[in-house]
Design a protein around this ligand. Structure first.
Ligand SMILES: [Zn+2]
Length: 74
């Protein structure tokens, strides 16, 4: 997604692993960790303009450490 060039995604706040911005079936975006599987809430969008905004919000949420851990017992 080339419009993300100016957005920096920090490493996972839980495990320090690499993070990835994922698009889900063309209606929402979220950031997930490739190592531990935690992720942000899904940010929905309706069009390309909203998609850019959703991507920034997802990354900002991630960078603030507001993530949902899928790990057991956490
Ligand atoms: Zn992680």
């Amino acid at each position: 997604m080339d419009f993300l060039e100016d957005i920096e995604i920090l490493d996972c706040p839980i495990c320090g692993g690499a993070a990835l911005l994922e698009e889900e079936n063309g209606w929402c975006l979220y950031v997930t960790c490739l190592d531990c599987g935690c992720s942000t809430a899904e940010i929905p969008f309706k069009n390309e303009e909203e998609k850019k905004d959703a991507a920034r919000r997802a990354v900002n949420t991630w960078n603030m450490g507001k993530v949902i851990s899928m790990g057991p017992g956490e």
